[in-house]
Design a protein around this ligand. Sequence first.
Ligand SMILES: *[C@@H]1O[C@H](CO)[C@@H](O)[C@H](O)[C@H]1NC(C)=O
Ligand SMILES: *[C@@H]1O[C@H](CO)[C@@H](O)[C@H](O)[C@H]1NC(C)=O
Ligand SMILES: *[C@@H]1O[C@H](CO)[C@@H](O)[C@H](O)[C@H]1NC(C)=O
Ligand SMILES: *[C@@H]1O[C@H](CO)[C@@H](O)[C@H](O)[C@H]1NC(C)=O
Ligand SMILES: *[C@@H]1O[C@H](CO)[C@@H](O)[C@H](O)[C@H]1NC(C)=O
Ligand SMILES: *[C@@H]1O[C@H](CO)[C@@H](O)[C@H](O)[C@H]1NC(C)=O
Ligand SMILES: *[C@@H]1O[C@H](CO)[C@@H](O)[C@H](O)[C@H]1NC(C)=O
Ligand SMILES: *[C@@H]1O[C@H](CO)[C@@H](O)[C@H](O)[C@H]1NC(C)=O
Ligand SMILES: *[C@@H]1O[C@H](CO)[C@@H](O)[C@H](O)[C@H]1NC(C)=O
Ligand SMILES: *[C@@H]1O[C@H](CO)[C@@H](O)[C@H](O)[C@H]1NC(C)=O
Ligand SMILES: *[C@@H]1O[C@H](CO)[C@@H](O)[C@H](O)[C@H]1NC(C)=O
Ligand SMILES: *[C@@H]1O[C@H](CO)[C@@H](O)[C@H](O)[C@H]1NC(C)=O
Length: 796
Amino acid sequence: MICICNIMAKTGFLPTLMFLLLFSTFRVILSAKSPNITPDQSALLALKSHITHDPHNLLATNWSTSTSVCNWIGVTCGSRHHRVTALDLSSMDLTGTIPSQLGNLSFLVSVNISQNSFHGSLPTELIDLHRLKYLNFGNNNFSGEIPSWFGYFPTLQSLYLYDNNFTGVIPSTFGNLSKLETLSMYNNNLKGHLPSEIFDHLSKLQKLNLGGNQISGRIPNNLFNCKELKFLSLYNNLLEGSIPTEIGNLSKLQILYLDHNNLKGSVPSSIFNISSLQQISLVDNNLVAYLSSNMFDYLPRLSYLDLSGCQLSGRIPISLFKCKNLNALYLDYNYLEGTVPLEISNLTSLQYFSIRGNNFSGKIPSVIGNLIFLETLDLSKNNLTGKIPSVIGNSVFLVYLDLSENNLTGHIPSSICNLNSLKHLSLSDNSLDGEISKCIGNMTSLSHLNLDKNNFRGKIPEIFGKGCTLHSFRINHNQVEGSLPRSLGNCKGLKFLDVGNNCLNDIFPDWLGNLDQLQVVILRSNRFFGQVNTSEITASFTRLHVIDISHNNFSGYLPMNFFKNLHAIKEGYEKKDQPEYMLDVLANADWNYAIGLSFTIKGLETEFEKILAIWSIIDFSDNQFTGEIPKTIGELHSLIVLNLSHNCLTGSIPSSLGDLSELEALDLSSNRLHGRIPTELNKLGFLEVLNLSHNHLKGPIPQGKQFDTFTNDSYIGNLDLCGLPLSRGCDNDAETPTKLDRDDDDDEINWKFSILMGYGCGLVLGLSMAYIIFTTGKPWWFIRIFERARQRLTKR
Ligand SMILES: *[C@@H]1O[C@H](CO)[C@@H](O)[C@H](O)[C@H]1NC(C)=O
Ligand SMILES: *[C@@H]1O[C@H](CO)[C@@H](O)[C@H](O)[C@H]1NC(C)=O
Ligand SMILES: *[C@@H]1O[C@H](CO)[C@@H](O)[C@H](O)[C@H]1NC(C)=O
Ligand SMILES: *[C@@H]1O[C@H](CO)[C@@H](O)[C@H](O)[C@H]1NC(C)=O
Ligand SMILES: *[C@@H]1O[C@H](CO)[C@@H](O)[C@H](O)[C@H]1NC(C)=O
Ligand SMILES: *[C@@H]1O[C@H](CO)[C@@H](O)[C@H](O)[C@H]1NC(C)=O
Ligand SMILES: *[C@@H]1O[C@H](CO)[C@@H](O)[C@H](O)[C@H]1NC(C)=O
Ligand SMILES: *[C@@H]1O[C@H](CO)[C@@H](O)[C@H](O)[C@H]1NC(C)=O
Ligand SMILES: *[C@@H]1O[C@H](CO)[C@@H](O)[C@H](O)[C@H]1NC(C)=O
Ligand SMILES: *[C@@H]1O[C@H](CO)[C@@H](O)[C@H](O)[C@H]1NC(C)=O
Ligand SMILES: *[C@@H]1O[C@H](CO)[C@@H](O)[C@H](O)[C@H]1NC(C)=O
Ligand SMILES: *[C@@H]1O[C@H](CO)[C@@H](O)[C@H](O)[C@H]1NC(C)=O
């Protein structure tokens, strides 16, 4: 020691050493004064050591043994025993597990570790926390079965386990929790029935939230013994049977969410007698609600009502308009009729009003303009006629306006451009006409604009200014002409563009390649012309996964550069490193932007109800493309539909198409393709639709696997094909390669022959109707393709 001291003194480290000495002495004294590390301290240190990530460094220095645990962040001690009574580590972004030692905090009354990333299962030792009144483990990543020993906390008042991954059934021991006021376990993986007997003992229960699980069976009558219930939420489960009339016994009920279950039968009218009710949601069941004129007389506090899909018929009862506090009214998908009642203007607090999918007729009442707090107005899928009232421009807080699928006429009132908060504007499927007003460019929040299926004409004006916020722009099925406005290039977030079925006359908009969010481009059935050339833009179209430029006048070779840059289709969803991205698209209801989109598959224009973010479709059919099919198309691995039919393509079918392992529909019909059908196509294990008809193909049709499912229709108009399903067998000659020399001659003969038969390239043939199996409803292969896509998505 002296030796070291000397060295240190010589080298000038003496002050440091003095400090070290002092410090260690101090520590000895300190630990001598409080000889045992308290059980509380060691329990909390155990917890600290189980925390693997503490991004804000909240515990690292603060939870130090040099101060009493009672000074530690998140820790509260009782004044008498200086024992830990409360632990609040909520919202600290901590990751870790719960150690068994936590059970040693035997004075703990309240523990809140919500909104972190704690994971793993809960140690049984927590059972020793017999003083607990408040336990909040919500919004973490806990797993394992809900421990039955939770039932052994005799004084527990609040139990929050929501937003985790707990499994199993609700333990019957919960019936011991006679002091329980709040039980919140929504968004887990709970299964089994509601254990009816527990509710006989939970006489203090005020709040029960079990939404977002897989709970099945009936709603037990015992539940209605919990007379103190104010909040009852069982949404998004698998509950069945009817809603018991006894629910009316819950005379203190304020919130009732039973939506998204399999409940059936009639909605008991006793519900509408619970005068304390503020929020009712019954949507997405198989319920029937019968309306009576005075049924809302006893609900003065009602603020939220969702009776969508409850088979309501007749008119909206007038008593509803006495519910002055009504803030949200959803009556979608019922059979309501009559005009939109003028009394709607009495609901001065209304922010959300939606009557989509009913039989309302007449005009949109101009009193709508009095509802100045309106944020959502959805009158779509009714039979409303007349003009869009210009008072709509008064509702300056509108965010969502959907008037689609009615019978509205006239121009878009320019007052609509005052709606500066509007994000979603859908006017599709009406009889609106006139030119697109320039003022639409002044709507600085607009994200989805859908003008499909109207009679808009004239040019689409150059209205998309710098900072354009559009994510989707649709004007399919109108009569707009001229060129595609170049100012769309300002909409940097554009994901979805559909200008199909108009009279646009322009070259290929390669400048869209600068919009790197773009996923869907539909130019079908216009007068676009010229070559599809994208060589000048290098990073173009990398996210594009649906491109339909069919029924135009494009010509020249198929664009190799363009295909090369389709990274979204090349790499596909299965290998995608950001699967969340697509789930986000779905979760944000952003995917709704694609409702009603149609494509030609198997000669039939099919309207898709939904298009998933993962669909990959290339449709270049009905143009005048020439030359060969590039081999590199085989690199577009996640392609589901490839349609190059009705062009002037020559050469043979590249064997690389056999690498399109996800392909479900392949249409190369009505071209001048020659040579054999490559046997590699047999690798296409999901192929449901194959059309190679009206080409100059020859030789044996591949046999086995998917090929056994195709009929003659897939091959007709190819005079030299042989083998099943054709009646013409393959003789030895047809299979000998030496005959291949004669391809050219054969082609010429066949080509002439097909002209004679009227199957020339580039012709839009009514004959393709011959392949249509189904003219109404959804064809079977569409359903299979769609279902498969959905399964893949949910598997992830
Ligand atoms: C720990 O945090 C608490 C609460 O923020 C604070 O009062 C205390 O002084 C901190 N202790 C140390 C050693 O940093
Ligand atoms: C528990 O933490 C959450 C999240 O920070 C907070 O909302 C809640 O009020 C806390 N509970 C108590 C009783 O402090
Ligand atoms: C704390 O709990 C653990 C395990 O639950 C136990 O082994 C240990 O003896 C306890 N420690 C103290 C200091 O009480
Ligand atoms: C939850 O746990 C799972 C696996 O157990 C993990 O994949 C996921 O990232 C975790 N989530 C959070 C938010 O910690
Ligand atoms: C939830 O648990 C299930 C099964 O226990 C598991 O498959 C799933 O990945 C877990 N989810 C998360 C988010 O941890
Ligand atoms: C808790 O409930 C179970 C079954 O419901 C019962 O067997 C047990 O005795 C009860 N325990 C306590 C401590 O009340
Ligand atoms: C519950 O309601 C039913 C009818 O709705 C009534 O007959 C019964 O007396 C009520 N039960 C209690 C305990 O209030
Ligand atoms: C609802 O209350 C009214 C008035 O108190 C009463 O006449 C009616 O019978 C009650 N309906 C039900 C179903 O309880
Ligand atoms: C609507 O308000 C008007 C004027 O304030 C009032 O006369 C009428 O009775 C109200 N209608 C309903 C159904 O409350
Ligand atoms: C739509 O309303 C008009 C009258 O406004 C009526 O003639 C027509 O039959 C209704 N159409 C449907 C489909 O209900
Ligand atoms: C739309 O309105 C026109 C004229 O008002 C009418 O002839 C037509 O039947 C209506 N269409 C529907 C579907 O109601
Ligand atoms: C757009 O708004 C500006 C100012 O806010 C106004 O001067 C201009 O006239 C508007 N444009 C149209 C076409 O309404």
